[in-house]
Design a protein around this ligand. Structure first.
Ligand code: SAH
Length: 458
C-alpha cells in the first residue's frame, strides 16, 4: 500500500534508525518516526512520502514501549541535543552496540566479531564539561538563553541542561541579570546587531575550576568589573573572559580572547595527567568516559616500555601523553598548529621527555617521516574525525608494518571501511570495544585493536 502526505497511520515501532528515530511498518510501507521508541505503538502523520517509505510525525503514543522512560529534561523532544532520553539507558547501550556491530558486519564484512561489552556510565547525566549557550530574545522581548531546537536556530529557553554541570544555571542567571542591569543587547543573527552572542562555560571535573567566556560582537562589555564581581560569587569560578567574534557566520568563537579576571585557562585531569584547557582548545567533553576510552586505547596498545608509537590526529596530545606513560617514544601528528602548541605545553607540564609533535596532515607527515628516517613503529594509534583515515595514510601504515594498530573512532561506518582495508592487507581484528561518551545522544565511540598476522597471510 502507498501512503501520501498527511495520511494518518498506526505503527508498531520495531527498529531504531542510526539517528535514533523509530522505524515501523504500515502494510509494507516503512515509516521513520522521530521520538518514537522500539516497542511503542504510535499514531503518526506522514509528513513526507516516497514510494516505499516515508517520514512521520508522532501524534500520539497508543501503547508505550516497556523501555520508554520519562525524559529527565522537559525539552528533550524539541531540543537538538538529545535524541534518546525517552529510552531506558540499558536499551540505549544495546542500541549503540548494535549500531557498531551492524556497521562492522555490513560495511566491514566482519563475522564473529571480537566485541567487548560497551563501557557505559553509571549516571548518564551531567557529564558534559563544556556548554555553549546562545543568547537571544523571546517573542515577548525577554533576554533568553538555552539551546537551538533541532536543525534550527530558534532558542529553546533552558538554563539547566540535564547533560551539563549544575553551575551552568548559576552562571547564566548571573550573565542575564548583568545584561538586563546594563541594558546590554543580545546578538541578533538576522540583523547582525546586538552584543552578546554566546556564553561558553568549561568545567574541570577533577579540579572544580570553572571558566566563563562571553562571546561578543564587539570589543568591550559594559560593566565588565561588575560582571566579574558577580561571577566570582560562584565559588568554582577561576576565569572570566570575553571572546570577540564580529563575523556574521555560524562559527561560535572568534580568534581573539581577552582575560577579564583569573587564569587564562582551566586545568583538568584525565587519569594521572593534567591538561591546560583554553577557550579555543579541543578537549573531550565527557571527562569520566574519556579516562576509560584512553585507558582502553592504552590497554589495546599493549606497551611494555620499549615501543615507538605514533599517535595520529592527536589534538592537544591527550592520548599521546597517556601512551607516553608506558612507551619509549610517542610521536603525535595534528593538523591544527595551536593544538600542537597545547600538546607540547601539556607534555612539558607533566614532565614527559619522550614525546615529539608535528603539525600537518597525518597522511602527509607519516609518509614523509618514514621516508626520511626509515624508522619502524611498534604501535600506531589513530583517532580521526568522522570521515575516517585518508587512504594514503592507511597505505603507509601497511608499508610500515607496526605490530599493532589501535583505532579510536567516533563514526563506526568509516571505522568499518578502514578496518576492512587493513584486514585485507595482513592485519587481523583482535578486539572491539564501544564506549558511551555521549549518553542520551545517538553518538558512540569505538576502540579497535588490530594485530599483524604472524604468518603474513591475507
Ligand atoms: N585524539 C585527540 C583528538 C581527536 S579529534 C583527543 O582525543 O582529544 C580529531 C583531530 O584530528 C582533531 O584535533 C582535528 O583537528 C585533527 N585532524 C583532522 N584532520 C586531520 C588530518 N588530516 N591530519 C591530522 N589531524 C587531523
Amino acid at each position: 500500500m502507498e501512503y501520501r502526505k498527511n495520511d494518518i497511520v498506526t505503527l508498531k515501532i520495531e527498529d531504531c534508525g542510526i539517528d535514533g528515530e523509530g522505524i515501523g511498518k504500515a502494510d509494507g510501507f516503512t515509516v521513520f518516526v522521530k521520538d518514537a521508541v522500539i516497542g511503542d505503538t504510535v499514531r503518526a502523520k506522514i509528513m513526507k512520502a516516497k514510494k516505499n517509505y516515508g517520514y512521520g510525525r508522532m501524534e500520539e503514543i497508543l501503547t508505550p514501549s516497556p523501555d520508554r522512560v520519562e525524559p529527565k529534561c522537559q525539552f528533550a523532544r524539541q531540543c537538538g541535543g538529545c535524541q534518546l532520553q525517552a529510552l531506558s539507558y540499558e536499551k540505549q547501550l544495546e542500541f549503540k552496540t548494535a549500531k557498531v556491530r551492524g556497521h562492522l558486519e555490513r560495511i566491514g564484512g566482519f563475522t564473529d566479531l571480537p566485541m567487548e561489552e560497551i563501557l557505559g556510565m553509571e549516571q548518564p547525566f551531567h557529564y558534559r564539561n563544556k556548554a555553549q549557550f546562545p543568547v537571544g530574545r523571546s517573542k515577548d522581548g525577554r533576554i533568553i538563553t538555552g539551546f537551538y531546537a533541532g536543525r534550527t536556530h530558534s532558542i529553546i529557553e533552558n538554563r539547566d541542561c540535564a547533560l551539563g554541570v549544575t553551575q551552568n544555571k548559576e552562571v547564566l542567571d548571573c550573565v542575564i541579570a548583568h545584561m538586563e542591569k546594563f541594558h546590554i543587547q543580545p546578538y541578533d543573527e538576522t540583523t547582525g546587531k546586538g552584543l552578546v552572542r554566546h556564553v561558553l562555560i568549561r568545567y574541570g571535573f577533577f579540579t572544580d575550576e570553572m571558566m566563563v567566556c562571553l562571546i561578543i560582537n564587539g570589543e568591550k562589555l559594559p560593566g565588565e568589573e561588575a560582571l566579574v564581581k558577580s561571577l566570582r560569587e560562584i565559588p568554582q569560578t577561576t576565569s572570566v573572559m570575553v571572546n570577540v567574534n564580529k563575523k556574521r557566520n555560524n562559527v561560535i568563537l572568534g580568534e581573539k580572547v581577552r582575560l577579564l579576571w583569573g587564569q587564562p585557562y582551566i586545568t583538568d585531569k584525565i587519569g594521572e595527567i593534567s591538561y591546560q584547557i583554553s577557550p579555543l582548545s579541543f578537549f573531550q567533553v565527557n571527562p569520566y568516559q574519556t579516562g576509560r576510552l584512553y585507558g582502553k586505547a592504552l590497554e589495546y596498545a599493549e606497551l611494555s616500555g620499549n615501543e615507538t608509537v605514533w599517535d595520529l590526529y592527536c589534538g592537544i596530545g591527550t592520548i599521546s601523553l597517556f601512551l607516553a606513560q608506558q612507551a619509549k617514544m610517542v610521536r603525535g601528528v595534528e593538523i591544527i598548529p595551536a593544538a600542537i602548541g597545547n600538546a607540547k605545553e601539556n607534555a612539558r607540564l607533566n614532565g614527559f621527555e619522550n614525546t615529539e609533535f608535528f603539525v600537518g596532515k597525518a597522511e602527509e607527515v607519516l609518509p614523509a617521516q618514514y621516508a626520511r628516517t626509515g624508522e619502524r613503529a611498534d604501535v600506531i594509534v589513530v583517532d580521526p574525525p568522522r570521515k575516517g583515515c585518508d587512504e594514503t595514510l592507511l597505505a603507509t601504515i601497511i608499508e610500515m608494518q607496526p605490530d599493532r594498530v589501535v583505532y579510536v573512532s567516533c563514526d563506526s561506518a568509516t571505522l568499518a571501511r578502514d578496518l576492512k582495508y587493513l584486514c585485507e592487507r595482513g592485519y587481523e581484528l583482535k578486539k572491539v570495544c564501544p564506549v558511551d561518551m555521549f549518553p542520551n545522544t545517538v553518538s558512540v565511540e569505538t576502540v579497535a585493536q588490530l594485530e599483524k598476522r604472524e604468518d603474513g597471510s591475507l
